[in-house]
Design a protein around this ligand. Structure first.
Ligand code: ATP
Ligand SMILES: Cc1cn([C@H]2C[C@H](O)[C@@H](COP(=O)(O)O)O2)c(=O)[nH]c1=O
Length: 214
């Protein structure tokens, strides 16, 4: 299951509130203006069934803590559904897929953050993805306090509650961020973008990166 087609698979990664959703919309518009067929999607989620798994994963369960292994398995259950019913058919049809988080988030959050064995994650990754990898991954990188501050301000202005992951302690997010940095250093498909700058600067860099993929 390597990326079989003309459609490009681009993922957006990073911690909470760094600007993934905002910049996926920017990139989709930029590509559509060039006449390219694009869908935007997210993980966990992206299809009706996978979105029901997302709801369970993000909701705070005060009555019963979520077991970390169950969390990992649910991430990959949602991913199998998403990949097989939305991502792969779109790529096979030549559509570009822009995805808000993918397996790098599992490595960062469940591997580095929760400290689950990497071997489990790599086995599940092989089972679900075979050898499919994103063509390009944009790591939007900002100091934790910048991302968290933006996420909190967004939740306040929308009158939303923070989700179960956002209630984790600082040490958890430090491990997650370290995980993203380690992945970006190890894999050539990553482009790291300094997301602490004004949006216009971030988007100028993204446009330059997209240009290289045309
Ligand atoms: N470079 C930037 N400068 C200032 N504000 C920004 C920047 N990028 C995004 N924002 C704002 O920060 C908030 C969080 O952005 P966004 O929702 O895109 O982040 P996200 O990474 O998708 O967040 P999450 O992981 O929590 O879903 C939004 O209110 C957005 O408008
Ligand atoms: C794909 C994926 C996601 N997560 C976590 C990371 C975030 O806290 C939430 C998703 O919400 P957001 O709106 O994208 O911030 O889920 C994870 O722990 N593992 C994963 O594989």
């Amino acid at each position: 299951m390597s990326n079989p087609s003309k459609g490009r698979f681009i993922t957006f990664e990073g911690g909470e509130g760094v600007g993934k959703s905002t910049n996926i919309h920017f990139c989709a518009t930029w590509l559509r203006d060039k006449g390219i067929g694009v869908i935007t999607t997210r993980e966990p989620g992206g299809t009706p069934v996978a979105e029901t798994i997302r709801e369970k994963l993000l909701k705070a369960h005060h009555e019963e803590p979520v077991d970390p292994l169950a969390e990992l398995l649910l991430m990959f259950a949602a991913r199998a559904q998403h990949l097989n019913t939305l991502i792969l058919p779109a790529l096979e049809a030549g559509t570009w897929v822009l995805c808000d988080r993918f397996t790098d988030s599992t490595i960062a959050y469940q591997g580095y953050g929760r400290q689950l064995p990497m071997e489990h994650i790599h086995n599940l990754k092989a089972l679900v993805q075979h050898n499919l990898e994103p063509d390009r991954t944009f790591l939007l990188d900002a100091p934790l306090e910048v991302g968290m501050g933006r996420a909190r301000a967004r939740a306040d202005s929308a009158g939303e509650q923070i989700d179960r992951f956002e209630t984790e302690k600082l040490a958890f997010f430090e491990r997650v961020q370290h995980g993203f940095h380690a992945l970006a250093a190890a894999e050539e498909r990553f482009a790291t973008i300094d997301a602490s700058r004004p949006l216009t600067d971030v988007q100028q860099d993204l446009a330059l990166e997209l240009e290289k993929l045309l």
